[in-house]
Write a protein that binds this ligand. Structure first.
Ligand SMILES: Cc1ncc(COP(=O)(O)O)c(C=O)c1O
Length: 387
């Protein structure tokens, strides 16, 4: 069977290869501590699970949902935006439900990119922007290196010079680099996008996983952003609901309309009971935008784990900053990241080689804070055997 040319253009999926090696190690009886994937170990909030149980028992919730999502869900998203970011949205035209934000990040490209069109993509990055989105739409990803010396932000002069690019992906708080940005930076991006007539797809999946007083902005808080931008969010990280597949996109009416057009030809909305659970989750934010106790506790857990890991890595001689957001630690290991993670595997520690996120990640390794503190302590002990 011959795959389509666009499939042949996809790089080998490094993470699948690593999974194979991990399985092999497990078979050999190696006890592994996995600090690799971005899937929280914590359960979702109890009140969300309660809602889910109740809603799943309602037969009416097993019919198709609208491709744009249920009106009640869209209203909840708009209310959450108002509380959390002070941004007003029209739930009818400026909000769409997603079956997880990944799906939307891939489908948005289909709505606006023709074969051969250019899409600006950060690198290293979450792979869906370049591959699931751009390459599978026959677009051409133009990589924007995220360098440590620039705070892992793209070079804005380069960005401005890419006048042919139709679309731009950005993600802050950033996976994998953990970098954050302020509104002044986002304003510059919006100004360039307006000037160059470019759609900005802003991935804000980690907006609620912030520490030490940092509060992630929405790009839509910036003047004129509504003219050019769409923002992607998810309940996956905020409420530990990765398997429930519920996310949303909000922003410019025309961009949302494009996404609705694509999605209505491909799928229906997320299950109604999942949307109801998400309504409950988003509704738990206080009227002034303060997160509920659940989210605060979650972030406290990540901070404790982060501090243990950063201390451990520093004691081994690695220079590493304490991230202000996301549940990762991104470390410059000053050697080939794949070789480094293979060494870690020998002592039963699994981390993600930065090369899996792009060429400029080749000397970095990403550790996830999605395991208990005790396991992270044990991982640091184990790493002492090699460094
Ligand atoms: C930067 C980023 N965006 C989006 C997602 C997708 O999240 P979901 O599809 O679960 O909403 C992830 C998941 O790891 C991510 O790291």
């Amino acid at each position: 069977m011959e795959f389509a040319e666009r499939i042949k253009k996809l790089p080998p999926y490094l993470f699948a290869q690593i999974e194979k090696i991990i399985l092999e190690k497990k078979k050999q009886g190696v006890d592994l501590i996995s600090l690799s994937i971005g899937d929280p170990d914590q359960p979702p909030p109890k009140f969300v699970v309660q809602t889910l149980k109740m809603e799943v028992a309602n037969p009416k919730n097993h019919n198709y949902s609208f491709s744009q999502g249920e009106p009640e869900f869209r209203v909840a998203v708009a209310e959450w935006y108002k509380k959390r970011f002070g941004v007003s949205l029209d739930p009818e035209k400026e909000v769409i439900a997603l079956i997880g934000s990944k799906e939307g990040l891939a489908n948005i490209v289909r709505a606006f990119i023709n074969s051969g069109d250019k899409v600006l993509v950060p690198e290293p990055a979450y792979p869906v922007y370049a591959y699931g989105g751009t390459i599978l739409t026959d677009g051409i990803p133009i990589m924007m290196p995220l360098l440590e010396e620039n705070g892992f932000k793209p070079n804005l002069e380069f960005l401005a010079s890419q006048k042919e690019a139709k679309m731009l992906f950005l993600n802050y708080p950033n996976n994998p680099t953990t970098a954050v940005v302020d509104k002044a930076f986002l304003k510059e991006v919006v100004d360039i996008a307006k000037e160059n007539n470019m759609i900005v797809c802003y991935d804000n999946a980690y907006s609620e996983i912030c520490f030490d007083g940092y509060k992630a902005p929405s790009i839509l808080e910036v003047k004129n952003a509504m003219d050019v931008a769409v923002e992607f969010h998810s309940c996956s990280k905020t409420f530990c609901m990765t398997g429930d597949r519920i996310g949303f996109a909000v922003g410019n009416k025309e961009i949302i309309k494009g996404l609705v057009e694509v999605k209505s030809q491909i799928d229906s909305g997320p299950p109604k009971y999942i949307q109801q659970a998400a309504v409950k989750a988003l509704g738990s934010y206080k009227p002034d935008g303060e997160p509920p106790t659940y989210v605060k506790r979650l972030n406290k857990t990540y901070v404790e784990r982060r501090d243990v890991l950063v201390k451990g890595l520093r004691s081994l001689g690695f220079k590493c900053e304490k991230p202000k957001a996301t549940f990762y630690v991104w470390v410059n290991v000053e050697e080939d990241s794949l070789k480094f993670t293979m060494k870690l595997l020998e002592v039963g520690v699994v981390a993600t080689p930065g090369i899996g996120f792009g060429e400029h990640g080749k000397n970095y390794v990403r550790f996830s804070l999605t395991r208990p503190k005790e396991e992270i302590e044990e991982a640091c002990e184990r790493m002492k055997k090699i460094f």
